[in-house]
Write a protein that binds this ligand. Sequence first.
Ligand SMILES: [Zn+2]
Length: 429
Amino acid sequence: MDSLDRFLNRYEIEGTIELKTPMRIGGGQNAAMYSLSPAPAIECFDAGLGVFEPYIPGSSLKGILRSTLERLVRTFDDSKCCVSVGNKKEGGVLCGKDSCVSCRIFGSMNGGAKVRIRDSHLTDEWRSQEDRRGFLREQPHFGSPKPGKTGQMRPEESVSAGTEFRFHIDLDNGTDEEAGLILLALREFSLNRAHLGGGSTRGHGFCSIKSYSLMKLSLHDGVISREKVSDKDCMSAAKRYLAGLSGSSDRDRGFDRYWKAFSKPVHRFDDGHVVATLIVTCKTEFSMKGLDEPTVTNGLGPVIPGSTIKGFFRHKLEERKTDKKIIDSIFGGMHHRGRLIVSDAWYAGRRGIGNEYIPKGSPLKMYMVFDNMTHDEMEHITQFFETELQITGNTSAGISRYSQGVLKNRVEIRVESVHRFFAKEFLAE
Ligand SMILES: [Zn+2]
């Protein structure tokens, strides 16, 4: 391990994260101080303003950055990096080897972390907003205790879409290559392959790095100088490192690498890791009762929740007697998470539409992540694209014994763009 006793240099990465969908980091038992929700989100006390407000704990961001970086490095060579989360094969222990990129940067039992990540607080702009109610909201969440069982509604707190946080990362005694690896991991958020907090498979925690700066402090003859460093040069150094690695096998579809990253895609939705940007058009008016709201919102405006859209697909596949193995792989089973990640669909038009319902004809935007899925599995979902669908149950859609006609909640999903992880492209981007 490199010694951290002596200061050689420090890279400082500072910037703004914007939430594209609501974020949920659980508050645990201490949250009773500031929330009555049965599932509160974490908050901290701002003594200056005398209020509690949401934040992203440094440890949370560090954990996600670490596993994101591990996934990238392991895609290019799984011997260069151990797995910090969910590693059952090696007993869940960090390797602590000098050759391990992740242990070197993020620390292990054998050596401290080179990287330190501060808590990310609201940006000044968001903090100065008078109407603070939008930050945290309770949303209905339909969770099934067991797969295949009827869901139960429980309220759950999350931070509104649109909220912005300032992040700050220090890398001590690092190299351009290491700083570049951290920047590449951060970029995975903007590419929708990494998500903040919990509930990401039902669409929480999509975000983007809105802006950032990279500075380097160095010590020369006892004097510390601070200068701007080119992020592109650092990322190029990191890519040269990744390009020089020997590649990983595609023997399994674990979430610790991007599957089939080295095979050129033939189909649009080919085997591998695919992020699709979709346009959902409301063919009728859409609304679905929220907890306190006439229709569910993401804090900014009405949405079709990712969990609702995902539930629709699951229901359809069950109705069609699809092989249970395929359903389990797509939606998750008792012991593993699903491979399909569906964001909320939010209004992407220009006119204001209010908070009551989504009007007929409205364009909505959403992301679907097919996480290391086969072409065949993806087709079970994409078969529903470009046809008119009734996305909610009959009650929400306003269908009853007395009104048989189609009243609302009918949509059509169309593909805007598809982005599959392909090593050659990743290194060239
Ligand atoms: Zn390691």
